[in-house]
Design a protein around this ligand. Structure first.
Ligand SMILES: [Ca+2]
Ligand SMILES: [Ca+2]
Length: 197
């Protein structure tokens, strides 16, 4: 009886390991880099990813520059000769461009595992935050070391053009309400006028 429990536990742990292994993709890279320093960003798929409909890598183009590596946008990767062996990894090289942060986000749609059953993994979304240079100061949207009307107008522009990325929320959401709009711009103007900074 004890052996049966033991066996059941072993099977359970093996399944848990395999299951978590398939889905626990991670972006591997350093967390902090200097301006002009390059980093190699990799995702290790093992042999579990056999095909996908699309793959897209997004990042903060203001603080980070794509240098080389796999394409940032791919679609309909279906190659029957390679599906069984799967894709082992993806590699991208970036360079620090300006002080701030950049969240590298990898979005894979319609992923299929490379095992014999070709199980659907569905959509995979992985992200990692990288700090570039000294990072950021809340309110200093253009990372020039000063908080003033330029930052306020950048906020207005971002809002008007609907050009707000995840990283902007950390830097420019002055009242921490999850939105970036004229309220945040006027908080910056008030801070500047009152010499709070
Ligand atoms: Ca500024
Ligand atoms: Ca806000």
């Amino acid at each position: 009886m004890k052996n049966k429990i033991k066996r059941a536990l072993i099977v359970f742990f093996i399944f848990t390991f395999l299951f978590s292994n398939i889905r626990a993709f991670e972006i591997n890279s350093k967390d902090e880099i200097d301006i002009d320093e390059t980093i190699t960003v990799t995702i290790d798929f093992g042999t579990s990813l056999g095909a996908y409909d699309s793959l897209e890598v997004t990042y903060n183009t203001y603080t980070l520059e794509y240098v080389s590596g796999d394409p940032l946008e791919e679609s309909v990767w279906h190659d029957s000769s390679q599906e069984q062996q799967g894709i082992s990894s993806k590699t991208y090289v970036f360079k620090g461009k300006a002080n701030g942060i950049s969240t590298i986000n990898i979005d894979i749609k319609g992923a299929v595992s490379a095992n014999e059953n070709m199980d659907e993994l569905g959509d995979i979304n992985i992200s990692k935050k990288i700090t570039i240079g000294f990072g950021y100061v809340k309110g200093d949207v253009n990372s020039d070391g000063a908080i003033n009307s330029i930052d306020a107008s950048l906020i207005i522009d971002k809002y008007k053009n609907n050009n707000i990325i995840q990283d902007d929320l950390e830097i420019a959401d002055m009242n921490n309400d999850g939105a970036i709009n004229s309220v945040d711009a006027s908080i910056i103007i008030d801070m500047y006028k009152n010499n709070q900074i």
